[in-house]
Design a protein around this ligand. Structure first.
Ligand code: C2O
Ligand code: CU
Length: 535
C-alpha cells in the first residue's frame, strides 16, 4: 500500500491504495482455502485490512477492524493476515477498516467452488467483477477527519464509479466508461460488490434480465429481476445472458435513498458491449427505479431465499427453543454535546445502538480481552433489551436524544442460539441501515415495517429457507430479525456499513467466549501483531 495519483473529474488526487490501483487487486481462491496476505504499509498513515464476510473461524486476529481486533499497521510496518475460508462460496471483498480509508483501499475476493464441486446453476462461460464505488476528489481519511472535527454532515461524493470508471457524462477527457465485452450467446457471472461509502445502489443492464444466484457468498434460490438493490458491504452473484441484438447497452447504477431523493440524481454508466457490434450506444436509456423507490428496494430484497435447503451442509437456523440470547437493538442517528468553540451550537452529529454511541478504544478490544491484564478498554454492559427503547408501541424517534458514549460489549457464550432484532427508528434519508456483523453469516429470518412487536412479529419469521448473509438492509422505521449460533469464539464487530454512521458510533461489539475445548477456543495470536502507538 502506498499513495498514488489518479486523474478523474479533471483533477489529480493522491490516494492511499493497494498495488497502485483503484480498485485494488482481486484475490481469487477456492472454497476452504487459507490465504496469507502480506500487507506492507508504504503510505503516510496507518490502516488495517478486513476480509468482509470471511468468518475467520477462531481467528479474530486477522479480522482487521482497527482497535477492535488489532492495532493499525503503522507506516513502514507490515503484517501478514491469515484469511481462513470455510463454507463461503461466491463473491466477497476486502477493504481497509480504519477511518474512511476503505474508500480507496478495497477489492474483490472471489471464492470458486472447490475441486470436484460445481455451481448449482448453469455454468457461466465467463465472469466479470463489478465494484460500485464512491469517488471523492480528496483523500478519504482527510474527509472523515474534517467531518468529525466539524460535527456536521460529510460532503457528498464528487462522483460514483464502476470498477474505477466514472462514466462518460462528466465532461472530463480522462473519465471513461467501464466496458464489459460480451459475445452473443454466452452466459456471464457478474460478481457485484457495493463498495460505496454511504449509498445503497440500484443496478441494471438495459434490455437484459439479471438472475440472482448468491448473496454474501452463500447461494440463493435463483430469481430474475430487471434490476438489483445492493447495500454497502453486500456482494451479489448474478447471471446475465448475452441474448439480445448484437449492440452496445448501458449498464447503470443509481443510489437508493430511503423515503426521499438525494440532492443530486447520480446515474453512473458502463457498457455491456457485444463483440462485433456496429454503431454507438443504444440511445434509449436504462430504466432504473427512482432514487426514492422504497417499494422497488423492498420488492427486490424480499425475493431472497436460501438455496441450500436440500443440500449439504444443511441449514442450522436456531429454532425458537434454541434461542438463549435475545438482543434488541434500536439504531438511530443522534447528537452529542461537544466543545462549543469547535462545533456548531455545542453539539455534533452522532449515531448509536440502544443509545450507546460507540467509542473506539486506544488499544484493541481483542488484545485487552485475551490478555486479561489490560483493563479499562471496554465494559461488558451493552444494554441488551432496554425497556425504555423497546416498549414496542412508543414513538422511538423521541428517545434518540439521550445517547451516551461508551465501549460496551455484548458477551455471548460459545454455542448460544442468538436472535438479534434490529429496529431502525427513523425514516427518510439516512433512515435505512446496512448492518454488518463480523465473524458470522446470520440467517435473516424476518423483516417488517414499523416497531417490532415481540408477540405477533415472530409468527411471520421464515425459519425454512432464510438467506444466510453478513450484511442486512434494515429499511427506514422497520425491523429485521437475525438468528445464528455463536459458534465462533472471538471479538466481533457489528456496525452500519454507511461509513458516516459507523464513524458517528453506530457500532457494537460481540465477544463470544471460548467453549470447553481447544477446538472451540480462540487460536493463539500470530507473530507480528501490530502494537498500538500508546501501548
Ligand atoms: Cu465491510 Cu466492518 O466491514
Ligand atoms: Cu446507518
Amino acid at each position: 500500500m502506498r499513495e498514488a495519483n489518479f486523474t478523474q473529474l479533471c483533477n489529480t488526487t493522491t490516494l492511499l491504495v493497494a498495488n497502485d490501483s483503484y480498485p485494488g487487486p482481486e484475490i481469487r481462491a477456492s472454497r476452504g482455502d487459507t490465504i496469507f496476505v502480506n500487507v506492507h504499509n508504504q503510505g503516510n498513515y496507518s490502516f488495517t485490512i478486513h476480509w468482509h464476510g470471511v468468518k475467520q473461524p477462531r481467528n479474530p486476529w486477522s479480522d482487521g477492524p482497527e482497535f477492535i481486533t488489532q492495532c493499525p499497521i503503522q507506516p513502514g510496518a507490515n503484517f501478514t493476515y491469515e484469511v481462513i475460508l470455510s463454507d463461503e462460496i461466491g463473491t466477497l471483498w476486502w477493504h481497509a477498516h480504519s477511518d474512511w480509508t476503505r474508500g480507496s483501499i478495497h477489492g474483490a475476493l472471489v471464492i470458486l467452488p472447490a475441486e470436484n464441486e460445481t455451481y448449482p446453476f448453469p455454468t457461466p462461460d465467463f465472469e466479470q467483477t463489478i465494484i460500485l464505488e464512491s469517488w471523492f476528489n480528496r483523500d478519504y481519511k482527510q474527509i472523515i477527519d474534517q467531518t468529525l472535527a466539524s460535527g456536521l454532515l460529510p460532503p457528498e461524493p464528487d462522483a460514483y464509479a464502476i470498477n474505477g470508471h466514472l462514466g462518460d457524462t462528466t465532461g472530463c477527457p480522462n473519465d471513461t466508461l467501464f466496458r464489459m465485452q460480451v459475445q452473443y450467446g454466452n452466459t456471464y457471472l457478474l460478481r457485484i460488490v457495493n463498495a460505496a461509502m454511504n449509498e445503497e445502489k440500484f443496478f441494471a443492464i438495459m434490455n437484459h434480465t439479471l438472475t440472482v444466484v448468491a448473496r454474501d457468498a452463500s447461494y440463493v434460490q435463483m430469481f430474475t429481476s430487471d434490476y438489483i438493490l445492493i447495500s454497502p458491504g453486500q456482494t451479489m452473484d448474478v447471471l446475465v445472458v448475452a441474448n439480445q441484438n448484437v449492440g452496445q447497452y448501458y449498464m447503470a447504477t443509481r443510489p437508493f435513498s430511503d423515503g426521499s431523493a438525494p440532492p443530486v440524481d447520480y446515474i453512473t454508466t458502463g457498457v455491456f458491449d457485444y463483440i462485433n457490434s456496429m454503431g454507438g450506444l443504444n440511445a434509449s436509456f436504462i430504466t432504473l427505479p427512482a432514487e426514492n423507490d422504497t417499494n422497488a428496494a423492498n420488492n427486490f430484497t424480499s425475493q431472497l431465499r436460501n438455496a441450500n435447503v436440500t443440500q449439504n451442509p444443511p441449514l442450522d437456523v436456531p429454532a425458537d427453543d434454541e434461542i438463549n440470547t435475545r438482543v434488541y437493538i434500536a439504531i438511530a442517528g443522534n447528537t452529542l454535546p461537544c466543545d462549543p468553540s469547535q462545533c456548531v451550537q455545542g453539539f455534533r452529529l452522532a449515531a448509536s445502538m440502544n443509545n450507546v454511541s460507540f467509542a473506539l478504544p486506544r488499544i484493541d478490544i481483542l488484545q485487552a480481552y485475551y490478555n486479561m491484564s489490560i483493563s479499562g478498554v471496554f465494559t461488558e454492559d451493552f444494554p441488551l433489551n432496554p425497556p425504555e427503547l423497546y416498549d414496542f408501541t412508543g414513538d422511538l424517534t423521541s428517545l434518540n436524544t439521550a445517547a451516551v458514549q461508551g465501549t460496551r460489549v455484548v458477551m455471548l457464550n460459545y454455542g448460544d442460539g442468538v436472535e438479534i432484532v434490529l429496529q431502525a427508528t427513523q425514516t427518510g434519508p439516512g433512515g435505512s441501515h446496512p448492518i454488518h456483523l463480523h465473524g458470522f453469516s446470520f440467517y435473516w429470518v424476518g423483516t417488517g415495517s414499523g416497531n417490532f412487536n415481540n408477540q405477533t412479529d415472530p409468527t411471520t419469521y421464515n425459519l425454512v429457507d432464510p438467506p444466510l448473509i453478513n450484511t442486512v438492509h434494515v429499511p427506514g422505521r422497520s425491523w429485521v430479525a437475525l438468528r445464528f449460533f455463536a459458534n465462533n469464539p472471538g471479538v466481533w464487530f457489528m456496525h452500519c456499513h454507511f461509513d458516516r454512521h459507523a464513524s458517528w458510533g453506530m457500532d457494537a461489539v460481540f465477544i463470544v467466549r471460548n467453549g470447553t475445548t481447544t477446538e472451540t477456543s480462540i487460536l493463539p495470536p500470530p507473530p507480528g501483531m501490530p502494537t498500538c502507538p500508546s501501548s
